[in-house]
Design a protein around this ligand. Structure first.
Ligand code: C2O
Ligand code: CU
Length: 482
């Protein structure tokens, strides 16, 4: 479908280059911008890792699939360091396409943020890049490709940063990474095909932003599979506990386009962190987790048996699960789609989340108070700035160290949008209580959420919807903190 797009004046090619779909470079000067990083600490210990991005083949519960992954693993290898350490990751690009790696949620030095065409030139096929940065925060994070739809094809992994002064006590921990899986049957794209697909999008239309509906990669109407730790519901991952254990679960939504409702049969969850940051503990039966969000929860193992840990997709029921198995319990696992009663219990909502006093939240009157509107039309998506459609390829100036308030309203769409700010976390306010410190929050249809943040990290940063397909179709902004 072709139509007048309100955001005239931006060629689609130019627009897409900002998110790395093209060969060009926006804001070239920013690549080499020599900012002093506030995080440099030459005395800290250094950890080195290697990520090889390339083709991979998996057996997903009996289905053979070909896709792309890091080090042939799904999810990619866990990267684990301590807060304050220096992390170096060598990325070798064995894909037939450009790539970069984004360290989601880390207030990183800008040139290591991994946004192709904005913070670095893309890592070309057959070449490599060394990410090298200090890690100033602790908690549950993740890394993923920021190119095209590579994240939705398997290029992601957990990034866990241990807190030297950990206050939680627990006996065991496990990571559960949730993922909607598109690379099956007709939705399969080889690396080369997906590159071609996106190149067509980049070069086919040069006359403004009017587009043919299929120019962008599109989200599957229904994902063929959903995975937890790379395994579908018919071959689930098992987490083992002993009666009396306290289990720390680190939940990561690594999906390209799916919000999950998560619950554990027979157990409540004590939410202790969101997006790496501690919250005052709150006990719930179920929680919604948007794309890129993380929750850490404690599970008290007081109810021996074999239990469903279920991930439900709105309108589709339980689509994947993991198993919680007590040592000595030999019961059969429940059916893959079995619905824990806890899915109907007390549901976490943002007003229940309050940062602990360890978190320094922005307070007082903002220096900049902006209304961001989330909109869609004709298959494209955009964000308005105080009611104006902005040129998303031109970074908007934000004075360094200013207190910024974004009031984000999902007024123009019927879908949830997990809006993520790069390089900073924000205090989330809902209008009905709560003050969590987060890097991504779901803005529901007709809802307004308030993001208060201190622009203390210089550079050009993205703000975008973490539905990959919404981002690629334009739901993004660039902010230049200077
Ligand atoms: Cu997970 Cu641009 O982000
Ligand atoms: Cu969205």
């Amino acid at each position: 479908m072709t139509g007048d797009h309100p955001r005239t004046g931006i060629s689609r090619g130019t627009f897409l280059r900002t998110i790395g779909l093209g060969a060009g470079a926006v804001a070239l000067g920013d690549y080499g911008l020599a900012h002093a990083t506030p995080f440099a600490s030459p005395a800290s210990a250094r950890r080195d890792f290697t990520l090889n991005a390339g083709d991979a083949h998996f057996n997903l519960g009996g289905k053979r699939i070909s896709t792309i992954a890091y080090n042939g693993l799904l999810p990619g290898p866990m990267i684990r360091v301590k807060r304050g350490e220096r992390l170096r990751v060598q990325v070798n690009n064995h894909l037939g396409a450009d790539t970069t790696v984004h360290w989601h949620g880390i207030p990183i030095v800008n040139k290591m943020d991994g946004v192709p065409g904005v913070t670095q030139p893309a890592i070309k096929a057959g070449t490599n890049f060394l990410y090298d940065f200090n890690v100033p925060v602790s908690g549950t994070y993740w890394y993923h490709s920021h190119n095209e739809i590579q994240l939705d094809r398997g290029l992601y992994g957990p990034l866990i940063i241990d807190e030297p002064n950990e206050k939680l006590s627990y006996d065991r921990e496990a990571i559960l990474a949730l993922d909607d899986w598109r690379d099956i049957g007709s939705t399969h794209l080889t690396a080369l095909q997906s590159k071609f697909y996106c190149d067509v999008a980049t070069y086919a239309g040069t006359g403004g932003f009017g587009m043919s509906g299929n120019a962008f990669p599109t989200q599957p109407a229904r994902y063929p599979l959903h995975l937890i730790n790379g395994r579908p519901g018919n071959a689930p991952t098992e987490i083992r506990v002993k009666r009396g254990d306290v289990l720390r679960l680190r939940l990561i939504n690594a999906a390209g386009g799916t919000v999950y409702r998560f619950a554990i049969a027979g157990h409540r969850m004590r939410v202790t962190h969101t997006d790496g940051n501690p919250v005052q503990p709150v006990d719930v039966d179920a929680l919604d987790i948007g794309m890129a969000e993380r929750y850490d929860v404690l599970v008290y193992a007081t109810n021996p048996g074999v239990w469903q840990m279920a991930a439900q997709v709105a309108g589709e029921g339980v689509r994947t699960r993991a198993i919680l198995r007590y040592e000595g319990s030999h019961a059969h696992v429940p059916p893959a789609t079995s619905r824990p009663g806890t899915l109907e219990g007390k549901l976490l909502s943002y007003p229940m989340l309050n940062a602990t006093s360890d978190v320094a939240l922005p307070s007082g009157k903002p220096d900049l108070d902006v209304h961001l509107g989330l909109n869609t039309k004709f298959g494209s998506f955009w964000i308005t700035w105080n009611g104006q459609i902005v040129d998303a390829v031109k970074p908007i100036h934000i004075p360094l160290n200013s207190h910024v308030r974004f009031r984000v309203t999902n007024g123009g769409t019927t879908q949830p949008h997990p809006i993520h700010l790069h390089g900073h976390s924000f205090k989330l306010s809902t209008g009905s209580g709560g003050s969590a410190y987060k890097d991504t929050a779901i803005v529901l249809p007709s809802q307004t959420l308030t993001y208060d943040w201190i622009a203390d990290n210089p550079g050009v940063w993205m703000l975008h919807c973490h539905n990959l397909y919404h981002m690629l179709a334009g739901m993004m902004l660039l902010l230049r903190v200077k």
